[in-house]
Design a protein around this ligand. Structure first.
Ligand SMILES: Cc1cc2nc3c(=O)[nH]c(=O)nc-3n(C[C@H](O)[C@H](O)[C@H](O)COP(=O)(O)OP(=O)(O)OC[C@H]3O[C@@H](n4cnc5c(N)ncnc54)[C@H](O)[C@@H]3O)c2cc1C
Length: 460
């Protein structure tokens, strides 16, 4: 078969790689000038670094397996995480059960309740029972308002900004189950993974393999239209820089672009287009500072203080040594925002003006002279908003147009979206396309690795 893949992020590259290994022809079209999508990088201190902080959990079996297959398994390092909460003008360590016991802003009873509820959730297997309740409601009821506001509300705000009250409990359950799965036996430590050299080594190696296997990759190529005739997808249309159109025929087209892109480029039946347009995302807005001194001793700091204009402080060099970045200490200040949020359209200088007094609250010694360099990134469609009863909203991978498929982060559920699931979804849809066209699947992988036995039975 001849297959076009729209999007050169991890899902598109994984799908393309799998289709080529199954002996089919693949062309990948990426709108931007680089590959890797949300996991793409920039250069800092002579090293590549993700525009948005990235790490892996030990439960991320599919991407670990892919790294093995690509021969880059030795780049993957596992490092104990250093997690904290900024609350009551202080940074509290929050990585181990002992840290929870020492968390003074809460009463002893509240701390015990928090620990017990986390343990309870970790043991639950049936995510469906959490579908019709929000995390905001369920957690407050189970751990009490104070404990919720001190610990879990910041986690939800960190991920979903002002939408945090609408998030389904299933999403939260998945997060807890996976975080605990990333702990060493006895739960004392959580290990997080990082591909040394950045996540770029995964997209670079995937693209090298795709080209070696005879695939084509076109960057700076925005798909203008998916050509449909009598409800059958026939190929794609590109708008060239000289305003001419170029059509190419394909037997199948897979879109890995955000859901709202497809109705703009393909004539879809109204009900399916309406469903895709309903899939709502938040934008990740990131200020990244290279400092000449460390800001804190914490890698991942949730901010439980609504007066601070960012919800997460991720000090990457408390995870990966500053020696890899020419001695720079790298800190991300993160927000997930909707387009109407007042911070969404601010530029780097405007954000810095607002952020610097808040950074001084986190570390009173912080001084602007510590800043070697500052960067700003806005990642659109970064986080699908996972409301309650989300399973009913998930669009099908098989669109109503024959030979046109969709695989993107809105279809990852009940797990949280992440590079691991983009690898998994890319491979699954590659197989789905071939099965739909009566091609035999070469059984080339070891036994399927399903982290925590999650499956999306509606789609797979
Ligand atoms: C701030 C942040 C932190 C994150 N942290 C982690 C983490 O710690 N660990 C982890 O595993 N994951 C993390 N993720 C998530 C992870 O990066 C994504 O889930 C994953 O990269 C999504 O890959 P994808 O291929 O599905 O989508 P994308 O990366 O969004 O790729 C889709 C591609 O389609 C292209 N496209 C769109 N429209 C068109 C068109 N018309 N024509 C051609 N191309 C088009 C886009 O340019 C894009 O490159 C994070 C994401 C963000 C934003």
């Amino acid at each position: 078969m001849k297959i076009a893949v729209i999007g050169g992020g991890i899902a598109g590259l994984s799908a393309g790689y799998e289709l080529l290994l199954q002996n089919h022809q693949v062309t990948i079209f990426e709108a931007s000038g680089y590959l890797g999508g949300q996991a793409s990088t920039f250069e800092v201190g002579n090293q590549f670094l993700e525009k948005g902080y990235h790490h892996l959990f030990t439960s991320d079996k599919d991407i670990i397996q892919l790294m093995n297959e690509l021969g880059i398994e030795n780049n993957l390092q596992w490092i104990p995480s250093k997690v904290g909460i900024y609350k009551s003008n202080k940074i509290w360590n929050f990585a181990t059960p002992l840290d929870l016991l020492k968390f003074k802003p809460l009463s002893f009873i509240s701390r015990i309740r928090l620990g017990l509820v986390a343990l309870y959730l970790q043991r639950q297997k049936n995510w469906k029972k959490y579908e019709n309740v929000t995390a905001h409601k369920w957690l407050q009821k189970m751990v009490g308002k104070n404990a919720y506001q001190a610990v879990w509300e910041p986690l939800l705000r960190g991920k979903f900004g002002s939408q945090y009250k609408n998030i389904g409990m299933t999403w939260f359950w998945g997060k807890i189950a996976l975080r605990f799965a990333s702990r060493e036996k006895g739960m004392s430590k959580e290990l997080l993974g990082y591909p040394m050299g950045s996540f770029r080594i995964i997209s670079d190696r995937l693209s090298e393999k795709i080209l070696d296997l005879g695939g084509n990759i076109h960057t700076n190529t925005n798909i203008h239209e998916v050509i449909v005739d009598k409800n059958i997808c026939k190929g794609i249309r590109i708008l060239n820089s000289d305003n001419s159109y170029e059509d190419s025929e394909f037997d199948a087209v897979l879109s890995t672009a955000p859901s709202h892109v497809l109705p703009k480029i393909a004539k879809l039946p109204e009900h399916y287009a309406k469903n895709l347009n309903k899939m709502d995302y938040l934008t990740a807005v990131l200020v990244v500072l290279s400092l000449n001194k460390p800001l804190s001793g914490i890698y991942w700091l949730n901010v439980a203080d609504e007066d601070i204009p960012f919800v997460g402080v991720i000090e990457h060099t408390n995870f990966i040594s500053p020696k890899h970045y020419d001695g720079n200490h790298i800190v991300y200040f993160s927000n997930y925002l909707s387009k109407d949020h007042h911070l969404y359209s601010k530029n780097l200088n405007e954000l810095l003006e607002i952020f610097i007094p808040a950074i001084k609250k986190i570390n009173p010694e912080f001084d602007e002279n510590w800043i070697n360099d500052a960067h700003y990134f806005r990642v659109e469609a970064a986080q699908p908003i996972i409301t309650k009863n989300y399973s009913e909203l998930i669009p099908n991978h098989r669109t109503p147009i024959q030979n046109l498929y969709l695989a993107n982060t809105t279809q990852i559920y009940p797990e949280d979206r992440g590079t691991n699931y983009s690898v998994r979804i890319g491979r699954k849809i590659a197989h789905m396309i071939l099965e739909d066209h009566n091609h035999k699947i070469i059984d080339r992988l070891p036994a399927p690795v399903i982290a925590n036995s999650f499956t999306n039975s509606k789609n797979f």
